[in-house]
Design a protein around this ligand. Structure first.
Ligand code: ZN
Length: 261
C-alpha cells in the first residue's frame, strides 16, 4: 500500500519524490561592503564552499545535468548549483572557481532586464545584470541558462502577464543562446497552482522554487539557500537537514514542516 502511494507520487510529477535532489541557491558572488538582502557571497567564501563540496566527493552541476543524471541512475554525489537573477559578477567571480573544480551551474536570468540592474531591490548597492552578449557567451561556455521571468515580479499576482513571464521569457532566451531553455526559477520563490501550470505549459522541463510546498516535485524543486555566513560546519548542517527532510520523507511528509530556507 505504502509502495503504491509512492509509485503514484513518482508517476504524478515525473520525479522520484522519495528523495529530492540537493540544489543550492546562490545569487551574487563578489567582494562587498553592504548586502541588505543577504544575496551576496564573497569570493573567498565561495571558493571555500566549492572546495568543501569537492573534498566531500561531491560535484556541483547544473540543474538540467543533475536531473538527467538522476533519471539515468547516475545522480549519486551530484549537487545542483543555481545562481538567481543573472548578476554580471557570475562570469568574473563564480565561473573561474567552478571551472577549477570541474563544476557546472545554472544561471537564471531575467529576460526583460538583461543589461539592467537589480531595480526590484530598492535598498543597497546596484548590481549590474548580464547583458545578452554575456548570456550568449556563458551558454557557449557550457553554463545552463534558465529563465527567471521577464521582470522579476511575484507571479501569483502577475495574472495577465503570466504567459509573457513564462513562455515569452523562454523564447527570448532561446533566441539569444540558440539552445533550449529547460528550467524556470520562480521569482521570490512565489508560486501557486496556476503559476506552476503556466511553467509546464510553456514547455519547461523543470522549475526551481525555494521552499518545500504541496507542489514540490520536478516543477517546484525546493532549494537550499547558501549565504556568506555558511562556513563548513553550517554547510554540514544544511546538508544534514536536507537529508533528514527528503531522504526519508516525500513531499507529503514535508507539508507540515517549517520552511527550510
Ligand atoms: Zn530573483
Amino acid at each position: 500500500m505504502e509502495q503504491a502511494i509512492h509509485d503514484r507520487q513518482a508517476t504524478g510529477n515525473g520525479l522520484a519524490t522519495r528523495s529530492m535532489p540537493m540544489v543550492l541557491m546562490y545569487h551574487s558572488v563578489q567582494p562587498y561592503t553592504e548586502d541588505p538582502y543577504l544575496v551576496t557571497v564573497g569570493p573567498p567564501r565561495f571558493e571555500q564552499q566549492m572546495r568543501w563540496l569537492s573534498r566531500r566527493g561531491l560535484r556541483g552541476v547544473s540543474t538540467a545535468e543533475l536531473l538527467a543524471a538522476r533519471a539515468a541512475g547516475a545522480g549519486k554525489g551530484l549537487v545542483g548549483l543555481t545562481f538567481d537573477d543573472g548578476y554580471a559578477d557570475f562570469a568574473e567571480y563564480a565561473l573561474p572557481v567552478l571551472r577549477r573544480y570541474d563544476f557546472t551551474a545554472t544561471v537564471f536570468v531575467i529576460a526583460g532586464r538583461l543589461g539592467g540592474d537589480n531595480v526590484w531591490d530598492p535598498a543597497g548597492p546596484r548590481k549590474p545584470l548580464l547583458d545578452a552578449a554575456q548570456v550568449r557567451r556563458l551558454a557557449r561556455a557550457g553554463v545552463e541558462i534558465g529563465s527567471h521571468g521577464m521582470q522579476h515580479v511575484s507571479l501569483p499576482a502577475a495574472h495577465g502577464a503570466l504567459a509573457a513571464e513564462t513562455g515569452g521569457s523562454r523564447r527570448i532566451l532561446q533566441d539569444i543562446t540558440g539552445q533550449p531553455a529547460s528550467g524556470f526559477c520562480y521569482p521570490y520563490g512565489h508560486l501557486d497552482a496556476e503559476v506552476v501550470s503556466a511553467v509546464r505549459a510553456a514547455g519547461y522541463d523543470y522549475g526551481c522554487a525555494i521552499w518545500p510546498s504541496e507542489y514540490a516535485g520536478r516543477h517546484a524543486l525546493p532549494r537550499t539557500y547558501i549565504g556568506d555566513a555558511d562556513t563548513s560546519p553550517r554547510l554540514w548542517g544544511k546538508a544534514v537537514r536536507h537529508w533528514l527532510t527528503w531522504a526519508h520523507r516525500g513531499p507529503g511528509g514535508a507539508r507540515s514542516r517549517p520552511r527550510v530556507a
